[in-house]
Ligand binder design. Structure first.
Ligand code: PTJ
Length: 237
């Protein structure tokens, strides 16, 4: 990128560059550019910083990952372009598996995502199977790996789509998501929603796991979403 570090929008432009490179490299869908732009708008309204309601969700997420028997991190084209290394580090800290699962179906993109995770240090990356599917969803995203999402009790999936989130919940799985939009169906149906930019919060979840801090008592996800919405509307978070 030719923009100097002194540019006031430097960090935001750097992320745009990474997403565009993701499309060029074949890991990110062109639709991912639209999703990223939507995220940018919410992040702008949130002051582009990790707010208290996100820190509360991060602590709850770290605790849920720590307690999980079969945690899985589900990876799509936006997440890998922005935070491949950070997801590999989180997988190590949580002793979780990494599994590729994308919305806009493409076997080539699935392989490109796997390769990018391997370059970032992942030892093993699970791919969707054609033998095991989760119930309550007709989309190609139902196909999962038998040792991964199929048996997972906790799934950490930044930028989830509402349909699959609901399906995972109906399959009795807990879902931790990262979504800058507190009004999305995903945000509302997840067990824990971190309303923050994934680039900021994923390292914070890893740190919280390593620290092994106490879990927040009586975590209430809908209350967290209300605080996030209030912050966006200019009220008190
Ligand atoms: O790689 P694929 O085919 O699985 O496609 C991935 C995308 C993201 C394109 C797909 O899941 C999609 O279309 O997502 P949506 O429904 O547009 O939802 C994206 C949500 O993520 C929106 O609510 C955005 O505000 C939010 N978002 C975008 N960028 C970020 C983000 N949230 C946190 N951090 C971001 N960097």
């Amino acid at each position: 990128m030719t923009v100097p570090e002194s540019h006031p929008r430097y960090h935001s432009l750097l992320l745009r560059d990474r997403i565009c490179e993701g499309v060029e490299r074949g890991v990110t869908s062109v639709h991912g550019l639209i999703a990223h732009g939507r995220g940018e708008a919410f992040d702008y309204l949130l002051g582009e910083k990790t707010q208290d309601f996100a820190n509360d969700a991060i602590a709850a997420a770290a605790d849920m990952l720590k307690q999980a028997k079969h945690p899985v991190l589900s990876i799509n084209g936006n997440v890998v372009a922005l935070a491949a290394r950070e997801m590999v580090e989180l997988a190590e800290a949580a002793e979780a598996k990494l599994e590729v699962n994308i919305f806009h179906s493409s076997p080539e993109r699935e392989k490109a995502i796997r390769d990018m995770l391997s370059e970032a240090g992942a030892k093993d990356v699970l791919m969707p199977s054609k033998s095991h599917a989760i119930d309550h969803i007709d989309h190609n995203r139902k196909w999962v790996h038998p040792d991964g999402i199929y048996i997972a009790d906790v799934i950490f999936v930044p930028l989830e789509d509402g349909d699959r989130c609901q399906a995972l919940r109906k399959n009795d799985k807990d879902v931790i998501t990262v979504d800058l939009n507190p009004l999305s169906r995903t945000s509302k149906t997840s067990s824990i929603t971190i309303v923050d930019n994934l680039i900021r919060c994923i390292p914070l979840v890893t740190e919280a796991l390593k620290r092994g801090g106490a879990a927040p008592k009586d975590y209430d996800n809908l209350a967290i979403l209300k605080r996030a919405e209030a912050a966006i509307r200019g009220g008190k978070a």
